[in-house]
Design a binder for this molecule. Structure first.
Ligand SMILES: [Zn+2]
Length: 419
Protein backbone atom coordinates (compact mmCIF):
# COMPACT_ATOMS: atom_id res chain seq x y z
CA UNK A 1 0.00 0.00 0.00
CA UNK A 2 1.42 3.39 -0.98
CA UNK A 3 2.54 5.77 1.75
CA UNK A 4 0.63 9.08 2.02
CA UNK A 5 2.95 11.95 1.06
CA UNK A 6 3.08 15.52 2.35
CA UNK A 7 3.71 17.43 -0.90
CA UNK A 8 5.84 20.13 0.67
CA UNK A 9 7.08 21.82 -2.52
CA UNK A 10 3.50 22.27 -3.79
CA UNK A 11 2.45 23.80 -0.48
CA UNK A 12 5.35 26.24 -0.64
CA UNK A 13 4.24 27.27 -4.13
CA UNK A 14 0.61 27.57 -2.94
CA UNK A 15 1.46 29.89 -0.05
CA UNK A 16 3.85 31.93 -2.23
CA UNK A 17 1.08 32.37 -4.82
CA UNK A 18 -1.23 33.61 -2.05
CA UNK A 19 1.47 36.00 -0.84
CA UNK A 20 2.76 37.41 -4.10
CA UNK A 21 -0.16 37.30 -6.56
CA UNK A 22 -3.87 38.16 -6.25
CA UNK A 23 -6.09 35.92 -4.17
CA UNK A 24 -9.07 34.32 -5.98
CA UNK A 25 -12.19 36.53 -6.13
CA UNK A 26 -13.93 34.38 -3.50
CA UNK A 27 -11.81 36.21 -0.92
CA UNK A 28 -13.28 39.61 -1.87
CA UNK A 29 -15.85 39.52 0.94
CA UNK A 30 -12.96 38.93 3.35
CA UNK A 31 -11.29 42.24 2.57
CA UNK A 32 -11.85 43.45 6.13
CA UNK A 33 -10.12 40.28 7.41
CA UNK A 34 -6.86 40.92 5.62
CA UNK A 35 -4.84 40.70 8.82
CA UNK A 36 -6.10 37.15 9.29
CA UNK A 37 -5.29 36.24 5.67
CA UNK A 38 -1.83 37.77 6.16
CA UNK A 39 -1.38 35.68 9.27
CA UNK A 40 -2.21 32.40 7.48
CA UNK A 41 0.10 33.28 4.58
CA UNK A 42 3.16 34.40 6.55
CA UNK A 43 2.72 31.76 9.27
CA UNK A 44 2.26 29.08 6.59
CA UNK A 45 5.59 29.89 4.93
CA UNK A 46 7.23 30.07 8.36
CA UNK A 47 5.90 26.62 9.29
CA UNK A 48 7.25 25.29 6.00
CA UNK A 49 10.63 26.78 7.01
CA UNK A 50 11.02 28.94 3.89
CA UNK A 51 9.90 32.43 4.95
CA UNK A 52 13.48 33.77 4.92
CA UNK A 53 14.67 31.91 1.83
CA UNK A 54 11.64 32.64 -0.38
CA UNK A 55 11.16 36.33 0.46
CA UNK A 56 13.71 39.16 0.45
CA UNK A 57 14.63 41.28 3.47
CA UNK A 58 12.95 44.25 1.75
CA UNK A 59 9.74 42.29 1.22
CA UNK A 60 9.63 41.21 4.85
CA UNK A 61 10.25 44.80 5.95
CA UNK A 62 7.38 45.84 3.68
CA UNK A 63 5.06 43.39 5.44
CA UNK A 64 6.15 44.80 8.83
CA UNK A 65 5.43 48.36 7.65
CA UNK A 66 1.97 47.36 6.40
CA UNK A 67 1.13 45.88 9.80
CA UNK A 68 2.31 49.00 11.65
CA UNK A 69 0.25 51.03 9.19
CA UNK A 70 -2.76 49.06 10.56
CA UNK A 71 -2.01 50.17 14.13
CA UNK A 72 -4.56 52.78 15.24
CA UNK A 73 -3.21 55.85 17.10
CA UNK A 74 -5.18 55.00 20.26
CA UNK A 75 -3.77 51.46 20.48
CA UNK A 76 -4.61 48.10 18.92
CA UNK A 77 -4.71 47.14 15.24
CA UNK A 78 -7.38 47.39 12.56
CA UNK A 79 -8.09 44.36 10.33
CA UNK A 80 -7.40 46.19 7.05
CA UNK A 81 -6.63 49.65 5.76
CA UNK A 82 -10.12 50.32 4.34
CA UNK A 83 -11.29 52.26 7.40
CA UNK A 84 -8.12 54.37 7.74
CA UNK A 85 -9.01 58.00 7.02
CA UNK A 86 -5.67 59.41 8.09
CA UNK A 87 -4.20 60.68 11.35
CA UNK A 88 -4.95 64.33 10.51
CA UNK A 89 -8.66 63.74 10.09
CA UNK A 90 -9.01 61.39 13.05
CA UNK A 91 -10.75 62.94 16.08
CA UNK A 92 -12.22 61.57 19.29
CA UNK A 93 -15.66 61.95 17.75
CA UNK A 94 -15.00 59.89 14.63
CA UNK A 95 -12.37 57.36 15.74
CA UNK A 96 -15.04 54.72 16.45
CA UNK A 97 -15.41 54.41 12.65
CA UNK A 98 -11.79 53.30 12.32
CA UNK A 99 -11.57 50.97 15.29
CA UNK A 100 -8.94 48.57 16.50
CA UNK A 101 -10.20 45.02 16.38
CA UNK A 102 -9.46 42.37 19.03
CA UNK A 103 -8.69 39.36 16.75
CA UNK A 104 -6.74 41.53 14.26
CA UNK A 105 -4.61 42.89 17.10
CA UNK A 106 -3.58 39.40 18.17
CA UNK A 107 -2.81 38.33 14.59
CA UNK A 108 -0.88 41.55 13.87
CA UNK A 109 1.35 40.94 16.90
CA UNK A 110 1.99 37.29 16.00
CA UNK A 111 2.86 38.16 12.38
CA UNK A 112 5.29 40.84 13.61
CA UNK A 113 6.93 38.24 15.86
CA UNK A 114 7.13 35.67 13.03
CA UNK A 115 8.84 38.34 10.90
CA UNK A 116 11.39 38.89 13.68
CA UNK A 117 10.17 42.37 14.69
CA UNK A 118 10.87 43.41 18.29
CA UNK A 119 7.43 45.09 18.78
CA UNK A 120 9.24 48.31 19.75
CA UNK A 121 6.78 50.39 17.70
CA UNK A 122 3.72 48.72 19.25
CA UNK A 123 1.84 51.12 21.54
CA UNK A 124 1.81 48.55 24.32
CA UNK A 125 0.40 50.74 27.08
CA UNK A 126 -2.36 52.17 24.84
CA UNK A 127 -3.17 48.72 23.50
CA UNK A 128 -3.47 47.16 26.99
CA UNK A 129 -5.55 50.13 28.20
CA UNK A 130 -7.89 49.66 25.21
CA UNK A 131 -8.01 45.89 25.81
CA UNK A 132 -9.33 46.27 29.36
CA UNK A 133 -12.10 48.54 27.98
CA UNK A 134 -13.13 45.71 25.64
CA UNK A 135 -14.26 43.50 28.54
CA UNK A 136 -17.96 43.29 29.40
CA UNK A 137 -19.34 43.07 32.92
CA UNK A 138 -20.04 39.32 32.42
CA UNK A 139 -16.30 38.78 31.81
CA UNK A 140 -16.51 38.22 28.03
CA UNK A 141 -14.87 40.44 25.39
CA UNK A 142 -16.23 42.28 22.37
CA UNK A 143 -14.63 42.87 18.99
CA UNK A 144 -14.43 46.66 18.61
CA UNK A 145 -15.07 49.76 20.70
CA UNK A 146 -18.02 51.78 19.38
CA UNK A 147 -19.05 55.41 20.03
CA UNK A 148 -18.88 56.40 23.74
CA UNK A 149 -16.73 53.34 24.46
CA UNK A 150 -19.57 50.87 23.96
CA UNK A 151 -18.31 47.30 23.53
CA UNK A 152 -19.51 46.04 20.14
CA UNK A 153 -19.40 42.65 18.39
CA UNK A 154 -19.98 39.07 19.45
CA UNK A 155 -19.61 38.03 23.06
CA UNK A 156 -18.40 34.49 22.42
CA UNK A 157 -15.20 32.65 23.27
CA UNK A 158 -13.30 33.74 20.15
CA UNK A 159 -12.82 37.24 21.50
CA UNK A 160 -11.93 35.89 24.96
CA UNK A 161 -9.17 33.88 23.33
CA UNK A 162 -7.68 36.79 21.36
CA UNK A 163 -7.94 39.14 24.35
CA UNK A 164 -6.13 36.67 26.62
CA UNK A 165 -3.57 36.08 23.85
CA UNK A 166 -2.91 39.80 23.32
CA UNK A 167 -2.49 40.29 27.07
CA UNK A 168 -0.04 37.38 27.11
CA UNK A 169 2.04 38.80 24.24
CA UNK A 170 2.17 42.39 25.52
CA UNK A 171 2.15 42.07 29.30
CA UNK A 172 4.58 39.16 29.43
CA UNK A 173 5.85 37.61 32.59
CA UNK A 174 7.17 40.86 34.12
CA UNK A 175 4.91 43.63 32.67
CA UNK A 176 8.03 45.76 32.22
CA UNK A 177 7.07 49.24 31.00
CA UNK A 178 3.32 48.77 31.54
CA UNK A 179 3.31 48.30 35.33
CA UNK A 180 0.61 50.87 36.10
CA UNK A 181 -1.79 49.91 33.32
CA UNK A 182 -5.09 48.46 34.50
CA UNK A 183 -5.26 44.73 33.77
CA UNK A 184 -8.30 42.87 32.48
CA UNK A 185 -10.46 41.15 35.11
CA UNK A 186 -8.97 37.66 34.92
CA UNK A 187 -11.33 36.06 37.46
CA UNK A 188 -14.39 37.27 35.59
CA UNK A 189 -12.99 36.03 32.30
CA UNK A 190 -12.34 32.59 33.80
CA UNK A 191 -15.86 32.46 35.27
CA UNK A 192 -17.35 33.33 31.87
CA UNK A 193 -15.28 30.65 30.11
CA UNK A 194 -16.26 28.02 32.68
CA UNK A 195 -19.95 28.89 32.20
CA UNK A 196 -19.65 27.92 28.52
CA UNK A 197 -18.97 24.21 29.14
CA UNK A 198 -21.92 22.29 27.71
CA UNK A 199 -23.45 19.16 29.26
CA UNK A 200 -21.64 17.11 26.57
CA UNK A 201 -18.22 18.21 27.84
CA UNK A 202 -17.17 20.52 25.01
CA UNK A 203 -17.36 24.31 25.11
CA UNK A 204 -20.15 26.35 23.51
CA UNK A 205 -20.24 29.94 22.27
CA UNK A 206 -22.14 30.88 25.42
CA UNK A 207 -23.86 29.30 28.43
CA UNK A 208 -26.50 26.65 27.55
CA UNK A 209 -25.51 26.45 23.86
CA UNK A 210 -24.27 23.49 21.81
CA UNK A 211 -20.65 22.39 22.24
CA UNK A 212 -18.44 23.30 19.27
CA UNK A 213 -14.77 22.47 18.64
CA UNK A 214 -13.82 25.97 17.47
CA UNK A 215 -15.12 27.56 20.65
CA UNK A 216 -13.58 24.74 22.66
CA UNK A 217 -10.14 25.54 21.25
CA UNK A 218 -10.67 29.25 21.98
CA UNK A 219 -11.66 28.51 25.59
CA UNK A 220 -8.71 26.26 26.35
CA UNK A 221 -6.26 28.48 24.50
CA UNK A 222 -7.48 31.48 26.55
CA UNK A 223 -7.11 29.55 29.81
CA UNK A 224 -3.63 28.44 28.72
CA UNK A 225 -2.55 32.05 28.09
CA UNK A 226 -3.88 33.07 31.53
CA UNK A 227 -2.31 30.04 33.21
CA UNK A 228 1.11 30.72 31.67
CA UNK A 229 1.16 34.17 33.29
CA UNK A 230 -0.50 33.17 36.55
CA UNK A 231 1.49 33.35 39.77
CA UNK A 232 -0.82 31.19 41.87
CA UNK A 233 -0.53 27.44 41.62
CA UNK A 234 -4.29 26.72 41.58
CA UNK A 235 -5.27 25.76 38.07
CA UNK A 236 -8.75 26.13 36.64
CA UNK A 237 -10.52 22.70 36.79
CA UNK A 238 -11.09 22.68 33.00
CA UNK A 239 -7.34 22.42 32.41
CA UNK A 240 -6.54 20.32 35.51
CA UNK A 241 -6.17 16.59 34.83
CA UNK A 242 -8.44 14.40 36.97
CA UNK A 243 -11.13 17.05 37.45
CA UNK A 244 -14.64 16.13 36.29
CA UNK A 245 -14.68 19.07 33.85
CA UNK A 246 -11.34 18.06 32.29
CA UNK A 247 -12.35 14.40 31.93
CA UNK A 248 -15.63 15.16 30.15
CA UNK A 249 -13.92 17.74 27.93
CA UNK A 250 -11.24 15.26 26.83
CA UNK A 251 -13.84 12.54 26.22
CA UNK A 252 -15.88 14.89 24.01
CA UNK A 253 -12.79 15.98 22.04
CA UNK A 254 -11.67 12.42 21.38
CA UNK A 255 -15.19 11.49 20.22
CA UNK A 256 -14.94 14.12 17.46
CA UNK A 257 -12.64 11.89 15.39
CA UNK A 258 -14.78 10.28 12.71
CA UNK A 259 -14.65 8.12 9.59
CA UNK A 260 -17.82 9.82 8.31
CA UNK A 261 -16.24 11.96 5.61
CA UNK A 262 -19.41 13.00 3.78
CA UNK A 263 -18.08 11.78 0.44
CA UNK A 264 -21.26 9.84 -0.46
CA UNK A 265 -23.10 13.20 -0.74
CA UNK A 266 -21.16 13.88 -3.92
CA UNK A 267 -22.46 10.69 -5.49
CA UNK A 268 -26.03 11.99 -5.61
CA UNK A 269 -26.91 12.69 -9.18
CA UNK A 270 -28.44 16.10 -9.98
CA UNK A 271 -29.28 17.38 -13.45
CA UNK A 272 -28.82 21.01 -14.52
CA UNK A 273 -32.15 22.14 -13.08
CA UNK A 274 -31.24 20.79 -9.68
CA UNK A 275 -33.65 17.85 -10.11
CA UNK A 276 -32.56 14.50 -8.81
CA UNK A 277 -32.15 12.12 -11.74
CA UNK A 278 -33.19 8.51 -12.00
CA UNK A 279 -34.71 6.55 -9.16
CA UNK A 280 -36.04 9.38 -6.99
CA UNK A 281 -37.97 10.98 -9.86
CA UNK A 282 -39.52 7.66 -10.84
CA UNK A 283 -40.50 7.17 -7.22
CA UNK A 284 -42.53 10.44 -7.24
CA UNK A 285 -44.40 9.38 -10.37
CA UNK A 286 -45.18 5.90 -9.14
CA UNK A 287 -46.10 6.85 -5.60
CA UNK A 288 -49.73 5.81 -6.07
CA UNK A 289 -48.92 2.27 -7.08
CA UNK A 290 -46.35 1.93 -4.37
CA UNK A 291 -45.57 -1.62 -3.51
CA UNK A 292 -43.88 -1.46 -0.13
CA UNK A 293 -42.37 -4.94 -0.14
CA UNK A 294 -41.02 -4.44 -3.63
CA UNK A 295 -39.64 -0.99 -2.77
CA UNK A 296 -37.88 -2.26 0.33
CA UNK A 297 -36.26 -4.90 -1.84
CA UNK A 298 -34.88 -2.15 -4.09
CA UNK A 299 -33.20 -0.21 -1.26
CA UNK A 300 -29.40 -0.26 -1.44
CA UNK A 301 -27.56 -2.41 1.05
CA UNK A 302 -26.04 -0.42 3.91
CA UNK A 303 -22.58 -1.78 4.30
CA UNK A 304 -21.01 -1.67 7.77
CA UNK A 305 -17.65 0.12 8.03
CA UNK A 306 -14.91 -1.99 6.51
CA UNK A 307 -11.28 -2.12 7.50
CA UNK A 308 -10.65 -0.09 4.35
CA UNK A 309 -13.13 2.70 5.25
CA UNK A 310 -11.61 3.05 8.73
CA UNK A 311 -8.27 4.08 7.25
CA UNK A 312 -9.27 7.74 6.97
CA UNK A 313 -10.39 9.44 10.15
CA UNK A 314 -10.71 13.21 10.29
CA UNK A 315 -12.51 15.29 12.90
CA UNK A 316 -15.87 16.99 13.07
CA UNK A 317 -16.76 20.05 15.14
CA UNK A 318 -20.11 18.94 16.58
CA UNK A 319 -21.98 15.69 17.08
CA UNK A 320 -23.43 14.09 13.92
CA UNK A 321 -21.34 16.15 11.51
CA UNK A 322 -18.96 15.04 8.77
CA UNK A 323 -15.22 15.52 9.02
CA UNK A 324 -13.73 18.87 7.95
CA UNK A 325 -10.01 19.66 7.63
CA UNK A 326 -9.96 22.56 10.09
CA UNK A 327 -11.37 20.40 12.90
CA UNK A 328 -8.23 18.28 12.82
CA UNK A 329 -6.66 21.48 14.16
CA UNK A 330 -9.41 22.72 16.51
CA UNK A 331 -9.68 19.37 18.27
CA UNK A 332 -6.08 18.20 17.94
CA UNK A 333 -4.56 21.47 19.16
CA UNK A 334 -6.96 21.54 22.13
CA UNK A 335 -5.99 17.99 23.05
CA UNK A 336 -2.34 19.06 22.78
CA UNK A 337 -2.98 22.02 25.12
CA UNK A 338 -4.54 19.53 27.56
CA UNK A 339 -1.52 17.21 27.29
CA UNK A 340 -3.56 14.55 25.48
CA UNK A 341 -2.42 14.72 21.84
CA UNK A 342 -1.54 11.03 22.18
CA UNK A 343 -5.27 10.24 22.14
CA UNK A 344 -5.60 11.39 18.51
CA UNK A 345 -5.71 8.51 16.01
CA UNK A 346 -2.70 10.05 14.29
CA UNK A 347 -2.38 7.65 11.33
CA UNK A 348 -6.07 8.01 10.36
CA UNK A 349 -5.95 11.80 10.72
CA UNK A 350 -2.79 11.99 8.63
CA UNK A 351 -4.27 9.81 5.87
CA UNK A 352 -7.49 11.88 5.91
CA UNK A 353 -5.56 15.13 5.46
CA UNK A 354 -2.98 13.88 2.98
CA UNK A 355 -5.14 11.57 0.87
CA UNK A 356 -8.53 13.28 1.03
CA UNK A 357 -8.13 17.06 1.45
CA UNK A 358 -4.55 17.81 0.33
CA UNK A 359 -4.92 19.42 -3.08
CA UNK A 360 -3.05 18.66 -6.28
CA UNK A 361 -2.02 22.33 -6.71
CA UNK A 362 -0.86 22.63 -3.09
CA UNK A 363 -2.81 23.68 -0.02
CA UNK A 364 -5.72 21.85 1.57
CA UNK A 365 -9.48 22.09 1.00
CA UNK A 366 -12.27 22.01 3.55
CA UNK A 367 -13.09 18.42 2.65
CA UNK A 368 -12.49 15.86 -0.09
CA UNK A 369 -12.57 17.41 -3.55
CA UNK A 370 -12.77 21.04 -2.37
CA UNK A 371 -10.35 23.66 -3.72
CA UNK A 372 -7.66 24.80 -1.28
CA UNK A 373 -8.11 27.90 0.86
CA UNK A 374 -5.77 29.67 3.27
CA UNK A 375 -7.56 28.76 6.51
CA UNK A 376 -7.86 25.04 5.82
CA UNK A 377 -4.35 24.89 4.32
CA UNK A 378 -2.75 26.44 7.39
CA UNK A 379 -4.78 24.49 9.94
CA UNK A 380 -4.12 21.19 8.13
CA UNK A 381 -0.38 21.90 8.33
CA UNK A 382 -0.59 22.79 12.04
CA UNK A 383 -2.49 19.55 12.72
CA UNK A 384 0.21 17.60 10.88
CA UNK A 385 2.98 19.55 12.64
CA UNK A 386 1.48 18.68 16.04
CA UNK A 387 1.80 15.03 14.98
CA UNK A 388 5.45 15.55 14.05
CA UNK A 389 5.11 15.58 10.23
CA UNK A 390 8.50 15.74 8.55
CA UNK A 391 9.05 19.01 6.64
CA UNK A 392 7.10 21.16 9.10
CA UNK A 393 8.49 23.04 12.07
CA UNK A 394 7.15 22.41 15.56
CA UNK A 395 4.22 24.53 16.70
CA UNK A 396 3.02 26.19 19.88
CA UNK A 397 -0.66 25.18 19.95
CA UNK A 398 -1.80 28.30 21.86
CA UNK A 399 -0.09 30.94 19.71
CA UNK A 400 -0.78 28.72 16.69
CA UNK A 401 2.61 29.53 15.16
CA UNK A 402 6.10 28.00 15.19
CA UNK A 403 8.00 27.53 18.47
CA UNK A 404 10.60 29.81 16.90
CA UNK A 405 8.03 32.62 17.22
CA UNK A 406 7.52 31.93 20.93
CA UNK A 407 11.27 31.75 21.53
CA UNK A 408 11.63 35.16 19.88
CA UNK A 409 8.79 36.56 22.03
CA UNK A 410 10.57 35.39 25.17
CA UNK A 411 13.67 37.46 24.30
CA UNK A 412 11.67 40.73 24.53
CA UNK A 413 12.29 42.98 27.58
CA UNK A 414 8.94 42.31 29.31
CA UNK A 415 9.74 38.60 29.31
CA UNK A 416 13.18 39.13 30.92
CA UNK A 417 13.62 39.34 34.68
CA UNK A 418 15.20 42.79 35.14
CA UNK A 419 15.77 42.42 38.91
ZN1 LIG B 1 -13.47 23.96 8.19
Amino acid sequence: MSQALFTKERHIRYFLRCLKTFLPDLYTSNDSNRMLLAFFTVAGLDLLGVLESKTTREERQGYVEWIYHCQVPSGGFRGFTGTDFGVERRTQDNEAWDPANVPSTFFALVILLILGDDLSRVKRADCLRWLSKMQRTNGSFGEVLGPDDTVEGGGDLRFCCFAAGTRYLLRGRYSTGVEGIRDIDVDKLVTFIESCQAYEGGMAEGPYCEAHSGHTYCAISALTFLDRLSRDSDRVPLISPDSKQYESLVRWLVARQTTELGEEEDEEDFDEDGQVNGAAQDLTQSVEGLNLDGSIGKLPDLTPPSEESLRWAGFNGRCNKYADTCYSFWNGATLDLLGKISLVGAAGNRRYLLEKTQHLVGGFGKDAGEPPDLLHSYFAMVSLALQGEEGLDSVDPAICASYRTVQHLHTLPWWQDAR
